[in-house]
Design a protein around this ligand. Structure first.
Ligand code: ATP
Ligand code: MG
Length: 764
């Protein structure tokens, strides 16, 4: 699996290995600040950094970026280690800490001062900000910028000694107050903080800033590829400055690490900033960092998401260079896909209604028999079964009986027969109603129907059940999305106002089949027709089971406990093929269409109306942005197959949002451009948007796109080969290829062959 993966970061690594840039070494790191629990965004970074280490047979360092003593805590340090291991990665058992390098960082800072590359500045924070200037105006030098080196050195030592209060002065790099990159305008390297550090205690009262500590930590460890998120793009110049002027990598015998930025993971309906997650915990909006509604790894673990599902999401989303917001449906898809293959099927009833099978004999053991029920349907193809006891009195789901069934109702109702999952078919006899509510339903069983269809009787559906005498009670916690809006941080007001009211519903008195009495906390199950559940790892006890709903069975019905009855798989799926071990993005697209009618309609239109192949139509209708792009371009006059070809062959397909508009795409496919020139224009238009004609002109490629220029080349070629022209006109039309080749060659490969061909045909 690992070797299939490829992305721009792995391409860089491959190149570096080829050129021997780091002497053939690959070493990555994951550098969390221990100021909160890890979330799903961190999981993406972990999968990338540790995944690369696995792929290249090297190591990924876990390094705590513990340079800010105020917000950090050992609780976080421990949770982070636990979460990384749970995700399936190893940091070799020993975590590293930026704080272990404090002494060396300090010495290197003295070296910078001695070299005239850093100075102690006594401006206040506000003054420093004011002196820094703006994007359009250069900054002004601090009055302390040119103080004697010895003064800076003495003051820096005094800062370390503890003799100065917080804020008295800072150490700054001496770079360029007029630099276009604001980060380079004499950035802070050290500040005074009289604070207790969770590891170094009170040994230090000055702490290095991230932009100084990070490159130095990387270089000290011999990191080769320092992968971070896009917000740090502007910091790269400073990162390189620190490496260059301290020469720290060389001192350790390493090549300098290279910072590479990639797009962070954002999910809709989710907040990911640790500060906001901390607010949710501190203000009691959730029950803790590991609340199953939280996007933390601890929360998702408790919710019942598996590490495989989270890793599958990281893979599905890929590594991109442009930020985007990922549909949370993708995460839910990965979770369900994993559970479908791994969660044994059992029966449980959330809202019980008594069902009496009157034809089973009366008495405690009435109707007593035990069915051997397989844990998995044939299409999953896994072994295992458990005994399921049957008796005269059962619990069924309240929703599975209706005195007056609505249209399309596939369950039990007066006059109907349904199958009891794994058991007999039963026919309605009577319902006991008290105070307007059905309190008991009475049915008769059809004796010949075990594993066989009844003769001449229509079966309305299959329902699940639990024997009342054998059932065990459980508390069931149903979770909805924590936030009610797709962009909780962008909406008006405080983000907590966008919390879903009642995102936790607790059901007490649910009834489970007895086999679950011995289920382990943390084990995951499918309650057939109801959803996927996990025994809560914290609150579930033998005899007092607590289930968390991990997910509904399908995407469509988020808030409903009970789903429509599936066909009894026993006969129908007997021939089904075993599912391949891993589902593909193709299945995600199919599921997206199943939930989104607009996508389904576009899938159909692209084939029927616009003549695209099913394969292309499929690729183009996995998400709205892509479907709208192709349909919009066609509406703007683009040839469907040409527009489709560019979209599906796009190297960033599905990884980054489009900056171009459908009209840009339509204008692009109409351009007589081909080869590398066309690719260049497409890539720029896709990444930055804009009229492709202008992009071509700016890149000097417009000649190839200009009929006048190409026409001139055509005329020249015709004039240069009078004999071939005569032959062509005499009927040797095969010579057209020769002429096209000559013109394309004359255009240095830029002219589009189909357009050249058209022009030639006109003129020959
Ligand atoms: P937050 O903004 O949530 O507080 P952070 O970036 O401050 O997160 P760190 O502990 O510094 O948290 O992050 C450790 C690593 O995880 C960094 O390399 C960071 O780039 C990466 N990371 C953080 N959030 C994401 C995300 N949403 N997607 C991908 N990587 C992320
Ligand atoms: Mg950070």
């Amino acid at each position: 699996m690992a070797d299939e993966r490829s992305d721009f970061i792995r391409d860089i690594i491959e190149d570096d290995l080829r050129t021997g840039k780091h002497g053939g070494r690959v070493l990555t790191r994951f550098p969390p600040e221990p100021n909160g629990y890890l979330h799903i965004g961190h999981a993406k970074s972990i999968c990338l950094n540790f995944g690369i280490a696995q792929q290249y047979g090297t190591r990924c360092n876990l390094r705590f970026d513990d340079t800010n003593p105020v917000k950090e805590d050992t609780e976080y340090v421990e949770s982070i280690q636990r979460d990384i291991e749970w995700l399936g990665f190893s940091f070799g058992g020993t975590a590293l800490y930026a704080s272990d390098y404090f002494e060396e960082m300090y010495q290197l800072a003295e070296g910078l001062i001695a070299d005239g590359k850093a100075y102690v500045c006594e401006l206040t924070d506000e003054q420093i900000k004011e002196y820094r200037g703006t994007l359009s105006e250069p900054g002004r030098p601090s009055p302390w910028r040119d103080r004697p080196i010895e003064d800076s050195l003495a003051l820096f030592r005094k800062m370390r000694s503890g003799a100065l209060p917080d804020g008295a002065c800072v150490l700054r790099a001496k770079i360029d107050m007029a630099a276009a990159n604001m980060k380079m305008r004499d950035p802070l390297l050290y500040r005074i903080r009289h604070a207790h550090h969770h590891r170094t205690g009170d040994a230090w009262c000055i702490y290095p800033m991230y932009d100084y500590a990070h490159p130095l930590s990387d270089a000290i460890e011999g990191i080769t590829h320092s992968i971070c998120t896009l917000e740090f793009e502007n910091n790269r110049e400073l990162y390189d400055w620190a490496l260059e002027h301290t020469r720290v990598a060389e001192k350790h015998g390493f090549t300098r690490p290279q910072q590479i930025e990639f797009a962070r993971l954002n999910l809709d309906y989710t907040v990911m900033s640790k500060r906001k997650l901390l607010t949710l915990v501190k203000d009691g909006h959730v029950r803790g960092w590991d609340d199953p509604r939280m996007p933390t790894i601890a929360g998702m673990r408790r919710r019942g998401y598996s590490p495989e599902a989270i890793r599958a999401l990281a893979e599905l989303v890929g590594v991109a260079k442009t930020n985007s917001v990922v549909d949370i449906g993708k995460l839910e898809f990965c979770v369900r896909d994993d559970l479908n293959r791994t969660a044994p099927r059992v029966m449980g009833v959330l809202r019980p209604l008594k069902l009496v099978v009157t034809s089973y004999e009366a008495g405690a053991a009435g109707g007593a028999q035990t069915f051997d029920a397989p844990y998995f349907p044939p299409d999953v193809g896994k072994p295992g079964s458990r005994p399921v006891p049957m008796s005269r009195e059962l619990w069924i789901e309240r929703d599975d009986f209706a005195l007056e069934p609505p249209e399309g109702y596939q369950r039990l109702a007066p006059g109907r027969t349904v199958r009891l999952r794994h058991g007999h078919c039963v026919t309605f006899e009577d319902a006991v109603v008290e105070g307007g509510e059905v309190v008991e339903v009475r049915v008769r069983h059809l004796p010949e129907t075990l594993g066989a269809n009844p003769q001449g009787v229509k079966v309305s559906g299959v329902i699940h059940w639990v024997s009342a005498a054998h059932a065990i009670d459980a508390e069931v916690r149903l979770y909805d999305r924590l936030f009610a809006v797709p962009r909780p941080e962008d909406a008006e007001g405080d983000f907590v106002q966008n919390l879903t009211p009642g995102s936790l519903e607790v059901i007490r008195g649910a009834k489970l089949e007895p086999s679950l009495a011995t289920a382990a906390p943390g084990s995951r199950w499918q309650l057939e027709r109801v959803g996927y559940f996990v025994l809560d790892a914290v609150d579930s006890q033998p005899g007092a089971i607590v289930l968390n709903r991990i997910s509904t069975l399908r995407e469509a019905a988020p808030a409903r406990a009970v789903e429509a009855a599936p066909a009894e798989p026993r006969e129908k799926n007997a021939k089904a093929k075993t599912r391949p071990a891993k589902r593909s993005p193709a299945e995600y697209r199919a599921e997206a269409r199943a939930r989104d009618e607009a996508l389904a309609a576009a899938f159909d239109r692209l084939q029927r109306v616009h003549g695209l192949s099913e394969g292309d139509a499929d690729l183009l209708t996995g998400e709205r942005a892509v479907a709208e792009m192709i349909e919009g371009a066609i509406a703007a006059g683009a040839a469907p197959d040409a527009a489709a070809r560019w979209l599906v062959n796009d190297p960033s397909f599905g990884k980054a949002p489009y900056a171009m508009t459908p009209a840009n795409l339509a204008a692009f496919v109409a351009l007589p451009l081909a080869g590398p020139a066309a690719k260049e224009v497409f890539a720029k238009m896709r990444a930055e948007g804009g009229d492709p004609r202008q992009i071509a002109a700016a890149a000097g490629l417009d000649q190839a796109a200009d009929d006048g220029v190409v026409g001139k080349l055509v005329d020249d070629v015709i004039a240069a080969h009078p004999d071939k022209v005569a032959q062509y006109r005499g009927g040797k039309v095969g010579l057209l290829g020769f002429f096209v080749g000559q013109v394309v060659k004359a255009s240095a490969g830029k002219a589009s062959p189909p357009r050249v061909q058209e022009l030639l045909k006109e003129r020959l």
